[in-house]
Design a protein around this ligand. Sequence first.
Ligand code: NAD
Length: 278
Amino acid sequence: MALLIDGKKISAEIKDELKEIVAKKKAEGKEITLAVIQVGNDKASSVYVGNKKKACEYIGVNSLAYELPEETTEEELLSIVKELNERSDVHGILVQLPLPKHICEDKVLLAINPDKDVDGFHPVSVGRLWIGEEGYESCTPAGVIQLLKRSGIEIAGKECVVIGRSNIVGKPMAAMLLRENGTVTVCHSRTKNLAEVTKRADILVVAIGKPKFITAEYVKEGAVVIDVGIHRNEDNKLCGDVDFDSVEPIASAITPVPGGVGPMTIAMLMCNVVKSNA
Ligand code: NAD
């Protein structure tokens, strides 16, 4: 039976560690403030923003909420970002995505001061990650690294295969596994003979965005399987990109959905927030 990697427990440990760090900073007179901007009232975004505010409260960080109407113009949003960039009492800025169609996301993300870019999406943050400089890291892949490390899974020298090359998961995931000295292969929609490549993996990270796509035929016996996917199936139940029932019997370790990678994203966001007033 595979080791079940418990993201709920590991994320709770991380948040408790951060809570202690924040309390120490407070004792030295250092407060941390995160500004969270949401434009429109996309239901899923409201849930994510609510969870981020709760996490801030838990670890003792102030959160400034900007709940802007759907009709907000790009200029208005850019001017708020500019003002927050200049405020010395605001340490992190987070713009909840997706933005309404009339606003260019890239333009807004680029406007955030890289020193306050707690989501790690700014090209400067991405560049820092690839050249091995200290900076803000994309939260979901950073969470995967913590799951592996805190479960005692060695990355150095391992064959690591990432399925997916998105800017928020696949690409930064590849960079982080490489930084940990894994031998990294990235697969995507144009990869030929996918199963042949994925069967090489000692560590397989799946971020393909297709429910239960990865079955036992794609996995080497004894591999560690990390499922980044999250979907709601016909019965309104959550499932991942990996067919858990088929893969679990042959994996040495696996993340469940829910309770695997999901809870790690906010925990890693909080790590970035705490870093923002180091
Ligand atoms: P995406 O749709 O942007 O990227 C999917 C990637 O899969 C693409 O790069 C594509 O090339 C690749 N792909 C598609 N079909 C393929 C195929 N047949 N063979 C090989 N590669 C193929 O998705 P994303 O934003 O990277 O997210 C991936 C999954 O992770 C989604 O299910 C998403 O909901 C989930 N996600 C979860 C979290 C979290 O906090 N747990 C965060 C972000 C994304």
